[in-house]
Design a protein around this ligand. Structure first.
Ligand SMILES: [Zn+2]
Length: 100
């Protein structure tokens, strides 16, 4: 799979002093490779920002899983472009992510 996104496991970091969530790569030992900064306490409830951070951190795994499922289930969409079946929705989501 060709990835145009930052490779590696993405992890959620919480910074108490700023009440802020960030997404980093797992091998980011010096804290400089920031995938996303989800703002601080004035930008939404912490439980929502944490949930958003976890969803974003799962993106590389979700993309890999979708691509694998699509490759395994090549016959799921009978007409290949119905736009409403799970196979087509997975294809649309992968295209939206821009990794193919
Ligand atoms: Zn379809």
């Amino acid at each position: 799979m060709e990835k145009k996104i930052t490779p590696g496991d993405w992890t959620v970091h919480f910074f108490d002093d700023f009440d802020r969530f960030e997404i980093h790569t797992a091998n980011d030992h010096d804290g400089t490779v920031i995938i996303a900064d989800l703002g601080h306490d004035t930008e939404g409830p912490p439980e929502v920002r944490e949930a958003n951070a976890k969803a974003i951190a799962a993106v590389p795994d979700l993309i890999e899983a979708l691509i694998g499922m699509m490759a395994h289930n090549r016959t799921d969409c009978n007409d290949r472009n119905c736009g409403s079946c799970s196979w087509c929705k997975a294809k649309t989501a992968i295209e939206k992510a821009g990794v193919l």
